[in-house]
Design a binder for this molecule. Structure first.
Ligand SMILES: [Zn+2]
Length: 116
């Protein structure tokens, strides 16, 4: 992130992958280590023919827009990337990984027109 020459109306976001890293408890959703979903720009997707626990997924959502962006290096959002399922019996741990960054044009993602 930051190496590309961007126009004034462009910005960069990381693509994210969220992967199940460990399951210490009993997950009744048949989740397995390695299960994943993706966030690219504003859309979530899953690998073909897979599913993902709603409750585990929703616990990651508040963190994802910030993880898509480059923050101050001292910000905890830059160093911490693990989230747990809210079920205390489940103890499923997910890791948010940054993949490649993509360049977005302001007017492609906002109905409010860019003006300098
Ligand atoms: Zn769970």
């Amino acid at each position: 992130m930051g190496k590309k020459q961007l126009r004034e109306d462009q910005f960069e976001l990381y693509d994210l992958s969220i992967v199940v890293e460990e399951i210490y408890g009993v997950c009744t959703c048949n989740m397995n280590v390695g299960d994943s979903f993706y966030l690219k720009s504003g859309k979530i997707s899953l690998p073909d023919n897979t599913d993902f626990c709603l409750y585990a997924l929703q616990s990651t959502i508040p963190l994802l827009p910030t993880k898509q962006r480059k923050n101050n290096p001292a910000d905890w959002m830059e160093t911490d990337s693990r989230v747990t399922c809210p079920d205390p019996e489940c103890k499923l741990v997910m890791r948010i990984d940054r993949e490649k960054s993509r360049v977005l044009n302001h007017d492609d993602v906002s109905p409010i027109k860019w003006k300098k």
